[in-house]
Design a protein around this ligand. Structure first.
Ligand SMILES: O=c1ccn([C@@H]2O[C@H](COP(=O)(O)O)[C@@H](O)[C@H]2O)c(=O)[nH]1
Length: 276
């Protein structure tokens, strides 16, 4: 999916919501345990309940990898289940020396080799251009580079001062020479509301993947105040706040209610900005 198509989806659905699919076996509602693959059934029902309200799904691969072979199969079957007009993000945070990164890129982008072809993958910038390049070689796919993350530890490195500015600013400045905003997005945590003005100065046209709304307490209004651009430019993710709204038989219904609250807030924001 290209940038224009993503913006079209945002306008049609009046939403820039990304639902995080981070299933934990202990939180799967008991009535689903009768299924051969309860996690897959959980994901399917969450997708059915939210697909008209969101424009993206983001499975964090850790939640699947931790379940071994069955988890990997669940990830593939979850990707297969998502309608192809919805943007998919493999939140895998990969990156290694070039030939290894090429294998990671195949794992998430090459349908014939791996059985999955996500629209995008999250990548760590730490190892530099040659570690990110193999993902960018898939020219119809997106790299979502970690810039300013939502966790407390973001200050350990990302805010460090270099002669040119903060380290995360350098990540954005340098990486924007590797690819343009048609192929490169950045992860910026919703908990970093105050930094969005600065980030938009450095990356005016790039989409930002914004985790941290919901369970981590980030504010959608703060993110949008400076984060919104003329093509929306934001994919705001919530996982636990939606998928674990209830662990009873009404889990999908409650997930929909939480997704709807965010979508309605987003519709108002898009309308006020004159984007829909
Ligand atoms: O800076 C970051 C980067 C990634 N994440 C991931 O996003 C989701 C957030 O889930 P919630 O349940 O809505 O908190 C999760 O997969 C994280 O690993 C992030 O939170 N912050």
């Amino acid at each position: 999916m290209n940038k224009k198509q993503l913006f079209e989806q945002i306008k049609t659905k009046k939403s820039f919501l990304c639902v995080g699919l981070d299933p934990v076996m202990e939180n799967i509602p008991k009535h689903l345990l009768k299924y051969d693959n309860p996690v897959l059934e959980f994901n399917k029902q969450i997708i059915d309940a939210t697909k008209d309200l969101c424009v993206a799904y983001k499975p964090n691969t850790a939640f699947y990898e931790s379940m071994g072979l069955k988890g990997w199969e669940t990830l593939i079957r979850t990707w297969e289940y998502i309608d192809k007009d919805i943007f998919t993000i493999a939140d895998a945070k990969r990156g290694d020396i070039g030939n290894t990164s090429a294998m990671y890129a195949d794992a998430f982008f090459n349908l014939e080799k791996s059985g999955m072809s996500f629209d995008s993958i999250t990548v760590a910038p730490y190892m530099g251009k040659d570690s990110v390049g193999p993902f960018l070689n898939y020219t119809d796919k997106w790299v979502i580079l970690l810039a300013l993350t939502s966790n407390a530890g973001h200050s350990d490195f990302q805010l460090h001062h270099t002669p040119e500015g903060k380290l995360y600013e350098e990540v954005i400045r340098i990486s924007s020479q590797w690819a343009n905003s048609e192929q490169l997005m950045y992860v910026v945590g919703a908990t970093r509301g105050a930094e969005f003005e600065n980030i938009r100065r450095l990356a005016p046209d790039n989409f930002l993947l914004v985790p941290g709304v919901g369970a981590q307490g980030g504010s959608l209004a703060d993110v949008c105040q400076y984060g919104l651009n003329s093509e929306c430019g934001l994919l705001v993710n919530s996982a636990r706040g939606i998928i674990y709204a209830s662990n009873g038989e009404d889990f999908a219904e409650r997930a929909r209610e939480e997704a709807l609250k965010l979508q309605q807030e987003m519709a108002q924001i898009l309308e006020s900005a004159g984007l829909v």
